[in-house]
Design a protein around this ligand. Structure first.
Ligand code: FAD
Length: 221
């Protein structure tokens, strides 16, 4: 890790890796860090995305596409359901592979990518953000940067350290369990994304349960 970069990106999710790739491709020196040991796991995501929404950032690639969705079906506890087509071609991506591919593209464009490296604070100079305090394998490093990109998720701590309000109000929070299921592909239509609602599945919950039709070893929530 160098002592200074043009751009430092905290968080190698889709936003961070894409920002790092774009900055590096424009000739800036870029450091992209992520606190996780492995980029792409575990993510809190059901992995559905519109193909056209994705295209400005990355061309869809079958290597990280698990399913092509042609219908969304909502089921109630009585066993009735309605099925509607998506408003645009929808993909279920394998985030583990997708996130790594985006980080790989950032590295290919020239960004330095470091996993197992956490942002633990910000450096300030003359009242402005001037870099990031990082921790990697028990050691602390101060890394200066002309621009710091807080891509550490929707509840960004880095942005909060910089004085931005990033904590959503409590009314925007929902509690949930997310399970990764395998061996269910023979039971479901691989092109249909299913949502199962009702107290028989989750007594007391607002949303009973939902299930994605994907290939084995992918997510459902
Ligand atoms: C239950 C659930 C289901 C969802 N389903 C969908 C869906 O079907 N389709 C869809 O498009 N979106 C879905 N989302 C939303 C989607 O997951 C997020 O919008 C997306 O992951 C945000 O990407 P990001 O790059 O901004 O952040 P993230 O993907 O959250 O990446 C942030 C990265 O920052 C790293 N990080 C955090 N703090 C630090 C730190 N201090 N130092 C270093 N690294 C740090 C994390 O390890 C992580 O890798 C879902 C979200 C949830 C919770």
């Amino acid at each position: 890790m160098k002592a200074a970069y043009d751009v430092m990106v905290v968080g190698a999710g889709p936003a961070g890796s894409t920002a790092a790739r774009v900055a590096a491709a424009r000739g800036m020196s870029v450091l992209l860090i992520d606190k996780r040991q492995e980029i792409g796991s575990l993510v809190r995501c059901a992995e559905a995305v519109g193909a056209e929404s994705l295209r400005p950032y990355i061309e869809p690639d079958e290597r990280w596409i698990n399913a092509h969705i042609s219908a969304y079906a909502v089921w109630n506890s009585a066993g009735d359901h309605v099925s509607v087509p998506p408003t645009e071609p929808t993909l279920i991506v394998e985030r583990k592979v997708f996130d790594r591919e985006l980080a790989h593209l950032a590295a290919k464009a020239g960004a330095e990518v470091r996993a197992k490296t956490s942002a633990v604070g910000l450096l300030h100079e003359n009242g402005a953000v001037a870099g990031v305090k990082t921790r990697s394998q028990g050691k602390d490093y101060a890394v200066k940067a002309k621009l710091v990109i807080a891509a550490d998720g929707t509840e960004s701590q880095v942005a909060r350290w910089a004085g931005l309000k990033t904590v959503p109000p409590m009314r925007d929070y929902y509690s949930a369990f997310q399970y990764l299921l395998s061996g269910v592909n023979h039971m479901v239509d691989q092109t249909e994304c299913q949502y199962h609602l009702g107290p028989s599945l989750a007594p007391g919950a607002m949303r009973g349960c939902s299930r994605r039709a994907t290939t084995p070893l992918t997510s459902g929530w």
